[in-house]
Design a protein around this ligand. Structure first.
Ligand SMILES: [Mn+2]
Length: 323
């Protein structure tokens, strides 16, 4: 099932209330896409909110736009539950029951579809789109809503973050064409939005970055770089995990590194972000450990101590860089 945006727009025009769900550990694409669509639906006179269950990362606070709520009863008898930038219930943990209460359930995403456990009434998957924000841009146009400044800012944030500021190989002409349209919106200032996202790092976070970088491990003649953020390090540096968000990009900026891995020790498991540069398929590596994602950006989770997780994953990363 892959419904057209035109048919999805037709469904959405007919309903009056929508709760929109970003994935856990929300990023710029998840929250930016949700808020942009929420604003567009409100402009059509519909009741719409973005349902979240965790604090919004500090550098994304401007994307809330008065749309976010943690109260799943904010709309009584909601007509549509819509999941964006993810496609299964384990990506909306804590909010699954609320999601199920929607009379209709929909999903719009650009991730490869794994085993989805939800019976959606409509589903749109575009793995070639660099960001869910690109799909939401098209949907908003299909809804006949003018792109205003707030919507442009949200969608720009979605696209710049998911393309690694237009550096990742998922970036296409379409990514640039869409952003090109935002420049026609009065008041649009890409530099100002970029500064909000990328230039508000605390000095504590920068110090932590230094510690993570100086402790990097290299394997396979420097083709594999492995970093770790532990709870002890977060405590020592007075940082939170979301402040290590950009670390994997820093690791990938090293000359000669083909695969990067960042191990993130949470209070109950080890989450690993994986990136490939030119040829390595990190989605395949993630799949070995029950994870998934894109060929050049993927992730997986370990329920073991950090040392064990490293022992298991590193040999697979070394295999992935062998041509
Ligand atoms: Mn995304």
């Amino acid at each position: 099932m892959n419904d057209s945006l035109r048919s999805i727009a037709t469904i959405m025009k007919d309903i009056n209330s929508v709760l929109i769900y970003p994935h856990i550990n929300m990023d710029g694409d998840a929250l930016g896409s949700c808020s942009a669509l929420c604003l567009a639906l409100r402009s059509l006179g519909k009741k719409a909110y973005v349902m979240i269950s965790e604090p919004v990362p500090k550098n994304l606070d401007f994307l809330e736009c008065g749309c976010t709520t943690t109260d799943d009863s904010v709309i009584e008898d909601v007509e549509l539950s819509l999941m964006l930038d993810c496609n299964s219930s384990n990506r909306i943990v804590g909010r699954e029951a609320a999601f199920e209460r929607g009379r209709l359930k929909g999903c719009i995403d650009h991730h490869a579809v794994g085993v989805t456990d939800i019976k959606f009434d409509f589903f749109r998957s575009e793995p070639k789109s660099a960001a869910t924000g690109e799909i939401i841009y098209q949907l908003i146009r299909n809804l006949g809503v003018e792109i205003n400044l707030d919507i442009a800012n949200c969608l720009f944030a979605a696209i710049t973050t998911d393309t690694g500021n237009f550096q990742h190989n998922n970036t296409t002409k379409r990514s640039h064409d869409i952003v090109g349209h935002f420049y026609q919106v009065a008041g649009f200032d890409s530099k100002a939005i970029s500064a909000l996202i990328y230039d508000r790092q605390s000095k504590e976070a920068l110090m932590m970055e230094g510690k993570i970088l100086s402790a990097l491990e290299f394997h396979a003649d420097g083709k594999v770089a492995v970093g770790a953020v532990t709870q002890a390090l977060l405590t020592e540096c007075h940082c939170t995990m979301d402040e290590a968000e950009g670390m994997i990009q820093r690791i990938m900026s090293i000359d000669g590194v083909e695969v990067g891995a960042l191990f993130k020790e949470t209070t109950d498991n080890i989450r690993v972000s994986l990136r490939g540069k030119y040829y390595a398929n990190v989605a395949a590596v993630a799949t070995v450990f029950g994870g998934g994602g894109h060929i050049k950006a993927a992730g997986c989770t370990f329920n073991t101590p950090l040392a064990t997780a490293k022992e298991q994953l590193i040999p697979e990363l070394v295999k992935a860089v062998k041509k």
